[in-house]
Design a protein around this ligand. Structure first.
Ligand code: AMP
Ligand code: MG
Length: 358
């Protein structure tokens, strides 16, 4: 329960408004909240048979975590890739993971290395997810040597895209099969797609809503929110942004119509405090330590979940100035909150964000 409460309080955004509960009709939203992908999931769906759609989404999230993305669960595709790399084999990476990795490679380049999905060993070494969930019990700052060692096995320059090769079959390694991997790796890097997982989930959920004929929905998966369709009353969706300096309060909200994805990365989402220092879950790939800049949160508004999630992490690592340039280059809207509570926004965000008057 403690864990669930902390997830509710720490999710980067909250959904505002919505009425009705548990009904399934086109003009009354069906609402459901549970835990999936290690975080709080809130679904508000306007559709005939919305309860079935919500169950479908539950199963989708469960499968996405256990079968595809989790680096902690041994049977997921990401874990199998990591195991292959650890055994010195070249893994076969199939769709859609290959596309996610390619898209991450592009953003790694564009962000000058800020988004790096090969940090798995460094992330595991810090293990902030576990310690933030158990209140920091037993947490020790890893030694400099251990961080350097883990960091030496990271870096997306170690991933090479082989352009003309296409996956052929369902095997996990190249042994006994045609050369079919699209990627080769220099050494046993360890993939962690935690920075993009919730956004990928939103993109998959979008497809389920569309196929299921939903007229409108607002779905929150941890720090990422999808808005979809138009509410029966024609009113915009309101996606609140948490005040990172006082997580029980809201800074304001984004007023949105139609399909959007909003992701927030913040130093308050998962962290441990030790000797007065906050160690949070977003790491600087250059140092292997939690990012230590002027920021405490970044919110990105984009047309798809992958981009919003990837860029909220990347822009947090980059800091306000470079992060603003990155957001503009990627044609997304961004809101940066620094440790003094000052806001910096792209032009488009200024039109959409409604600040709470305190
Ligand atoms: P997010 O909450 O979307 O910003 O993602 C943070 C998660 O991504 C962490 O819990 C790690 O699993 C992973 N991660 C941490 N730092 C980075 C980074 N610089 N690049 C990519 N993934 C990261
Ligand atoms: Mg992210």
């Amino acid at each position: 329960m403690k864990r669930i409460l902390s997830l509710v309080l720490c999710a980067g955004m909250v959904l505002i408004g919505g009425s009705g509960c548990g009904k399934s009709a086109k003009d009354t939203p069906y609402q459901k909240t549970n835990i999936a992908m290690g975080t709080m999931v809130t679904q508000t769906i306007y559709a005939e048979g919305a309860d079935e759609l919500a169950s479908h989404i539950d199963i989708l999230l469960q499968q996405l975590e256990t079968e595809e993305l989790s680096y902690r669960l041994p049977d997921s595709k990401v874990s199998k890739i990591n195991q292959s790399l650890g055994n010195g084999e070249t893994p076969v990476i199939q769709a859609p993971l290959d596309t996610y990795i390619q898209d991450c490679l592009k953003l790694w380049e564009q962000s000058d290395g800020a988004l790096d999905i090969t940090l798995g060993k460094v992330v595991s070494l810090w293990n902030i997810d576990t310690y933030s969930a158990n209140g920091g019990e037993g947490f020790e700052v890893p030694s400099k040597e251990a961080i350097e060692e883990a960091l030496s096995q990271a870096g997306m320059e170690k991933i090479h895209l082989q352009n003309n090769l296409v996956p052929q079959d369902d095997q996990t390694t190249q042994q006994n099969s045609q050369p079919s991997s699209q990627f080769t790796f220099d050494g046993p890097v360890s993939l962690d797609l935690g920075a993009v997982g919730k956004g990928i989930a939103l993109d998959r959920i979008h497809d389920v809503l569309m196929e299921g004929g939903a007229s409108a929905a607002i779905i929150q998966v941890g720090g990422s929110v999808l808005t979809y369709g138009e509410k029966p009353n024609g009113q915009p969706f309101k996606v609140a942004v948490v005040n990172p300096l006082d997580t029980g309060k809201q800074l304001g909200y984004l007023s949105l119509k139609g399909q959007w994805c909003v992701s927030t990365s913040g130093d308050y989402e998962r962290y441990v405090e030790k000797d007065g220092v906050r160690y949070h879950h977003i790491l600087d790939p250059k140092t292997g330590y939690p990012v230590d800049n002027e920021l405490c949160s970044v919110t990105i508004l984009a047309k798809n979940g992958f981009l919003s999630d990837a860029l909220s992490t990347a822009c947090f690592v980059c800091g306000t100035k470079t992060g603003m340039e990155l957001a503009k280059a990627c044609e997304v809207e961004a809101l940066f909150v620094n440790k003094n509570g000052e806001l910096t926004m792209t032009e488009g965000m200024q039109k959409i964000f409604v600040e709470n008057k305190q």
